[in-house]
Design a protein around this ligand. Structure first.
Ligand SMILES: [Fe+2]
Length: 166
């Protein structure tokens, strides 16, 4: 198992993350997606903590781990796409920079996931903490910045339903 987890500051995440209104950015469709993303990370976390403390997990565990990981990554990509649709529609000036952050994150996660052939609990935990830290910090600082123009766009077009129909 040669997984390369991206370098990071020590994580403050010590268990599953309970969704809280403090994470909301004020766009209901995006807040609901962020909440689902945290739930998917929590599922992954629970699977990881169900494995033995040392040595690779059983084949069944590995399957559950990769299934949950892919669910999390796939949903992240869908969610990023939806955010990008809204930022474009709202003519958000920071769009290119924001999209680049999404692309960089997905690339890093896919590379890391690919390098994890038979992850052990400690490596898998380090990885899910990286996911939590990146996602929660991205929501708190970067996503919050596109909320005002998108909310304005919705007000002018009554358009939140456009995304749901896509
Ligand atoms: Fe984002």
């Amino acid at each position: 198992m040669n997984a390369t987890i991206p370098p990071q500051k020590p994580s403050s995440i010590t268990g599953i993350v309970l969704w809280s209104s403090k994470f909301e950015i004020g766009i209901p469709v995006i807040d609901a997606q962020h909440k689902k993303l945290v739930t998917l990370c929590n599922n992954l976390y629970k699977i990881i903590t169900s494995m033995p403390a040392s040595g690779p997990g059983s084949e069944e565990w590995q399957n559950s781990f990769f299934y949950a990981l892919h669910e999390c990554v796939d949903y992240t990509q869908t969610h990023f796409h939806d955010e990008e649709v809204l930022m474009t529609a709202a003519n958000y000036e920071g769009f290119a920079q924001h999209k680049a952050r999404h692309t960089e994150f997905v690339k890093k996660v896919l590379e890391t996931a690919k390098s994890m052939e038979q992850p052990e609990r400690s490596t898998a935990l380090q990885f899910v903490r990286f996911l939590y830290d990146w996602i929660l910090s991205h929501i708190a600082f970067e996503d919050r910045q596109f909320a005002p123009p998108v909310i304005e766009y919705f007000k002018s077009r009554n358009a939140e339903s456009e995304l749901a129909e896509k």
